[in-house]
Design a protein around this ligand. Structure first.
Ligand code: F6R
Length: 369
């Protein structure tokens, strides 16, 4: 059942093109317009939404953080992302015009389930983005948008993360088109670009040999930092989480803009730092700002492992290693940039002789609070 791979995690990383493609499947009509008949909430109710709150834990929460950038941009509805276990105990400001979107691979995470119940008590509409048919969270939600990643066996989440981002993007585009937003009118175009992502992941997966080598060289690392900005920020945190849980290495993800507000003090000669570089097409000069960050940490001796788009030559002078990802529009980049970070954690864990599929102290679904 590992289809020739040594571990479930490796198989699931390689399944990611399908996880994205299958999650996109059947959600557009012949003209490329979005059809979410499965979303059993009245269109008028969706049009009346004034706030979206995404609740989730761990990797699913990072998918939510990525989704916030896209959904706010496309719908102009304010989006909050909250860890499900914090949401409940905070007296959140929620009403009948709030859409609470839970994201969960298993559909059984107790913290997320409790957040959904709490949201319903407060009168919110609840949508579940979930990978497991018939599980508790979708059953208790008003509506569900399933991710079609297939069963995820490895404890560390990989393909579910990509499918969660994909599904939440579909939801965002659907809301945008219902509400007559301009991005809603472009939905078919953005969907077409999303349809092109699986082939790009496929292509990227064929170029991971160097990442494996780097992981083996770095097997003795005590600490690894990850920097990202905009949608690359949650990707940095996800990269750090993968490394903590799989290789038991201290890892932190930071927003690159925070560097000079503290984390740069951690940089000493030899400190490895992954940097997720925004696309050169990003707005507001974000690309140049992150290139400057690489320069700043390199000048202090950091070993810079740079994830950058194909053709982005600006990073080369300041990078100890450049890991290339195919070009795509800035909001879709997380579906690519996270892949080398998953592959890195997988191989570093293997290099240390650890159990990749069953890291210590962790369970696949956390059904207690
Ligand atoms: C990390 C990981 C966890 C889960 C989290 C939520 O690799 O797997 O952080 O993402 O426990 O689980 P679900 O998505 O089942 O609610």
């Amino acid at each position: 059942e590992k289809s020739g791979y040594d571990t479930f995690m490796e198989k699931e990383i390689n399944d990611q093109p399908h996880a994205v493609a299958d999650t996109l499947l059947g959600r557009t009509d012949a003209d490329g317009n979005l059809r979410l008949d499965e979303l059993h909430i009245e269109e008028d109710e969706l049009r009346a939404v004034t706030k979206i709150v995404i609740v989730a834990c761990g990797t699913a929460a990072y998918a939510g953080m990525v989704a916030k950038y896209a959904i706010e941009r496309w719908t102009r509805i304010p989006v909050e992302v909250e860890l499900a276990h914090e949401f409940r105990y905070r007296d959140p400001v929620i009403d009948g015009h709030t859409l609470v979107v839970s994201i969960s691979q298993s559909g059984e995470t107790m913290d997320t389930l409790m957040a959904v119940r709490h949201a319903k008590e407060l009168g919110a509409k609840t949508v579940s983005i979930c990978n497991t048919h018939g599980s508790t969270i979708p059953r208790e939600s008003d509506a569900v948008l399933y991710t079609h990643a297939g069963p995820e066996i490895a404890v560390a989440s990989t393909k579910a993360f990509l499918a969660q981002i994909t599904a939440s993007y579909i939801l965002g585009l659907y809301l945008a088109s219902l509400r007559g937003e301009s991005y809603g009118r472009d939905a078919a175009e953005i969907m077409a670009e999303l349809q092109g992502v699986p082939a790009k992941i496929e292509e990227l997966l064929t170029t991971m040999d160097r990442v494996k080598e780097i992981a083996y060289f770095m097997a003795d690392s005590r600490s690894v930092l990850f920097l990202g900005r905009h949608v690359g920020y949650p990707v940095a945190m996800e990269g750090a989480l993968k490394l903590k849980e799989l290789a038991y290495i201290h890892a932190e993800g930071f927003a690159a803009g925070e560097l000079k507000h503290g984390p740069i003090a951690l940089i000493e000669p030899g400190q490895p730092v992954f940097v997720i570089v925004p696309s050169p097409d990003s707005e507001h000069g974000l690309h140049g700002k992150v290139v400057s960050n690489i320069q700043e940490i390199r000048a202090r001796g950091a070993r810079t492992l740079v994830i950058a788009e194909e053709g982005d030559e600006d990073v080369v002078p300041f990078a100890d290693e450049v890991i290339r990802v195919p070009r795509t529009s800035p909001l879709l980049a997380p579906l690519l940039t996270v892949v080398p970070l998953q592959v890195f954690a997988l191989h570093l864990s293997t290099a240390k002789g650890l159990d990749v599929d069953q890291p210590r102290n962790l369970a696949k679904s956390v059904t207690v609070e």
